[in-house]
Design a protein around this ligand. Structure first.
Ligand code: PRP
Ligand code: URA
Length: 210
């Protein structure tokens, strides 16, 4: 069984992604756009949430209507850049709990280095969405997924703005049970492990650190 890759082709997502990619977009606008796209992607990624019927009374009549059922959600941003997508997602799913995983990519080896983990105690009972704008070599996301599974998580989706084929291949190999949700799949990685054409360094653009 291979992980499925779902590409969100909604025109609003694609339009906003263009301005996110543009090198002339400044920090403030970049941050706003990333949150807006994250909110739109949250709408799409929650399409398959189960519903259950409830009986209610409207001012006019009794009615059967529907509410969310099943397991609760958990958002797992990969620090730093994943933080840029949290607020947008919480606007649609405000009851979700948020766990933080700090992983950075060693600039020389491109290998993931874990430096911080803080998860809600019931993380393993939740349906988790791991969020990070960039899936490049896939090292950071793959390490995060392994860490969550080691803590008992069984239901995980991975949501990224832009993925490289190399990152997708790594998740398919290491985590075939995890579906990947993206706004775009780009051409390739360059010799520094950056996605081409990509958007540059997501953390630096979000936080103005370069
Ligand atoms: C970026 C990005 C991902 C990672 C992707 O983080 O936010 O977490 O790189 O690359 P990979 O798929 O090759 O692992 P970075 O390491 O730059 O850390 P930062 O978010 O703290 O800047
Ligand atoms: N991390 C980023 O922020 N951008 C890339 O293109 C690759 C990894």
């Amino acid at each position: 069984m291979l992980a499925k890759v779902h590409r969100f082709d909604h025109p609003l997502i694609q339009h906003k992604l263009t301005y996110i990619r543009d090198k002339n977009t400044g920090t403030k606008e970049f941050r706003e756009l990333v949150n807006e796209v994250a909110m739109l992607m949250a709408y799409e990624i929650t399409r398959d949430l189960p519903l259950e019927p409830v009986e209610i009374e409207t001012p006019v009549a009794r009615a059967t209507s529907y509410v969310l059922s099943g397991r609760k959600l958990g958002l797992i941003p990969i620090l730093r850049a994943g933080l840029g997508m949290v607020d947008g997602m919480l606007r649609l799913i405000p009851a979700a709990k948020v766990g933080h995983v700090g992983v950075y990519r060693d600039p020389k080896t491109l290998e993931p280095v874990e430096y911080y983990v803080k998860l809600p105690p019931d993380t393993h009972e939740r349906d988790l969405i791991v969020i990070d704008p960039m899936l490049a070599t896939g090292g950071s996301a793959s390490a995060t997924l392994s860490l969550l599974k080691a803590k008992g998580a069984r239901s995980i989706k991975l949501m990224c703005l832009i993925a490289a084929p190399e990152g997708i291949a790594k998740i398919e190999k290491n985590h075939p049970d995890v579906d990947i949700y993206v706004a775009a799949v780009d051409e390739r990685l360059n010799e520094h492990g950056y996605i081409v054409p990509g958007l540059g360094d997501a953390g630096d653009r979000l936080f103005g650190t370069k």
